[in-house]
Design a protein around this ligand. Sequence first.
Ligand code: MN
Ligand code: MN
Length: 358
Amino acid sequence: MYKQFGNYSTNYSELRGINKINNPIEIIKEYPDDYDVIKSLEQAASIHKEVRKTLQPYLRPGIKFVDIAKIIELRTEELYKMTQPNKSINKGIGFPVGLSVNECAAHWHPLKEDSNTLKKDDIIKIDFGTESNGWIIDSAFTVCFDQKYDNLMKAVQDATDTGIKNIGIDVPIREWGKQIQEVMESYEVTIDNKTYPVKSIQNLGGHNIMKGIIHGGLFLPSFDYSAYGPNVRFREGVYAVETFGSTGDILTREVGESTLFRVNPNYRISTVNLPMENTKKLYKKIYQQFDTLPFTDRYLDNSGIPGYKSHLKLLANKGILFSYPPLCVSPGQFTAQYEHTVYIGDGKKIVFSKGEDY
Ligand code: MN
Ligand code: MN
């Protein structure tokens, strides 16, 4: 469909970490009412799944990371236009895709000029968001082309599935995280003749989702988190259940410059007192275009503001924007991630983003 992204083999057998999608996906074309949280998330999820289906055949060694991002964005936009494009915040894009490879676990996104490609030996975490009525589907999977990573991916998929199975109203979150860790760390993986016990990464995890706010403030650990007492429990709400596994390190650290940002929701445009006219202009543009949804450098390329990157930096330094630098473990190690968006409450549990693929 997207010829500009090159020819691709239709042989799916080498793509590991997800199943091939065979059945058609039903796109919910009727735009839900503003207040309808469940229907909004169902619609965003139907788009998320269809985008994944479109993307599958392009996930091959040699594809540019920036092209993976473009396919996701163009397809999201196309599908969203079938509903009510005038209502969209950012064309249905919930947040820019994370394309973190190998030791990097989260928040890597290419610059416009990036020419790097996916390699045959890479293990990549693909984490993207779709949006409807401000409600965001946050879901991620891991793919590779070599069976040596299979057990690492299985461990993390099993851990995330455990989190989904056990989540429920009044469940204590510390115990919930401990059970995830037990499942994750029951695996080991042999990569290039070296065997590693799989470890649950502790400074990344799930979170609640609120309208227009991807990280609602509650951290969902994938380990026995002693800071949470027995009364920290799940309540009715929308949650991103996600876990990360590694071949050793249990902590990631920030590596390199951020290309991902979002407006700090505590700021309002009228209260912002900025020193330079162009910084003000850029902030205004960002707020109008993305509201509090995450965005990336590439989306500001046509902002018409010269040297916008320095203003972006200034806004981040002042705390007006949150920034999200890549999060990685030590070089030479490997990481995997799986994530679904889930609603619990009213006697039900809905795993919106679950599909045939993962
Ligand atoms: Mn995510
Ligand atoms: Mn998430």
